[in-house]
Ligand binder design. Structure first.
Ligand code: MG
Length: 162
């Protein structure tokens, strides 16, 4: 049985994952408007991944005989200054999510809720990957600067994400 505190925190995290998904989708829309279809495809995939994270938490609450209580999702930002701005924000946001997962993990540890501790370990590993890929793309964008050939090459590489 989940404690009320852990259940509330997991429900909050479902909302946070949905917000992350919504944010990536908004970033994808911006890239679509610039015809940067590779960036857009990568961001759409990322948006879908975040939904999977939310559903993993949803299923976990159900498996523990808890109650899923969905919350309102904030409106994401819709205007972005540049690709660097987008991926800097993506990285900052992933770092925030990492902090949220860590707090959840600490809460589960303090309550000796071992099942939740184990379930959250998957998310901790996943955040390492998320931060890594956002950092890689951001660093490449910074290197590319205003060089449109480099941006188009990156666009085509990101478009190959499956
Ligand atoms: Mg996530």
């Amino acid at each position: 049985m989940l404690s009320k505190e852990i259940q509330d925190a997991l429900n909050d995290q479902i909302k946070n994952e949905y917000f992350a998904s919504y944010t990536y989708l908004s970033m994808a829309a911006h890239c679509e408007s610039l015809n940067l279809t590779g960036f857009a495809k990568w961001l759409r995939k990322q948006s879908q991944e975040e939904l999977q994270h939310a559903m993993k938490l949803f299923d976990y609450i159900v498996d523990r005989d808890g109650q899923v209580v969905l919350q309102g999702i904030e409106k994401p930002q819709s205007k972005f200054k540049s690709l660097v701005d987008i991926f800097q924000q993506a990285l900052d946001h992933e770092r925030e999510v990492t902090g949220m997962i860590n707090k959840l993990y600490e809460k589960a540890l303090s309550e000796n809720d071992h099942a939740t501790v184990v379930a959250l370990q998957w998310f901790i590993h996943e955040q390492v990957e998320e931060e890594k890929s956002a950092t890689e793309i951001l660093d490449k964008l910074k290197l590319a600067g205003d060089n449109s050939s480099a941006i188009l090459l990156l666009d085509s590489q990101l478009g190959q994400r499956n």
